[in-house]
Design a protein around this ligand. Structure first.
Ligand code: HEC
Length: 131
């Protein structure tokens, strides 16, 4: 009788550790960083895109990014992430690595890109895994 709750606790602990382990195994450290940027305030990609590995609610102003690396090559993905306006001048997607033709920029952010080079590369690493 006394042993039963303990076994249950261990089984549940094992289950949750197992899930976390499987998840961290699936994404490299850099890809996981990219995912965090995409979900968080820096990228805010989930405002407009559905992405895998994210249980929170997401918007659908843009297409789902599931399988996006199958639909286009790495160079196209880079170009689109850097500045979607180069492909569609009317897009509502922010240019994440460009300072060209921006309007009403906060003076504190003048000359800066939305993503740093390192952040850009982490997001690219995550996107390239969506295949
Ligand atoms: C304000 C909405 C918005 C945000 C925020 C946004 N996007 Fe987009 N994105 C779009 C729209 C709309 C499209 C469709 C193409 C277009 O508008 O030219 C798109 C297209 C794309 C595409 C091409 C997908 C395809 O299948 O054609 C990729 C890749 C992409 N976005 C990645 C991102 C990433 C990564 C982020 C965050 C760093 C992001 N987007 C943030 C709106 C957004």
């Amino acid at each position: 009788m006394l042993g039963l709750p303990k076994i249950t606790t261990f089984a549940l602990l094992g289950l949750s550790l197992g899930t976390q382990f499987a998840f961290s195994q699936a994404l490299s450290e850099d890809a996981a960083k990219g995912l965090e940027i995409m979900k968080g305030r820096t990228g805010q990609c989930v405002l407009c895109h559905q992405i895998p590995n994210n249980p929170s609610p997401m918007g659908n102003l843009g297409p789902s990014l599931q399988g996006v690396a199958k639909r286009m090559d790495a160079a196209t993905l880079r170009a689109r992430l850097a500045d979607e306006r180069s492909i569609n001048p009317q897009t509502i997607m922010p240019p994440y690595f460009s300072t060209r033709n921006l309007s009403e920029v906060d003076p504190l952010l003048e000359g800066k890109t939305i993503l740093s080079r390192e952040e850009f590369e982490s997001v690219m690493t995550y996107l390239l895994q969506l295949n």
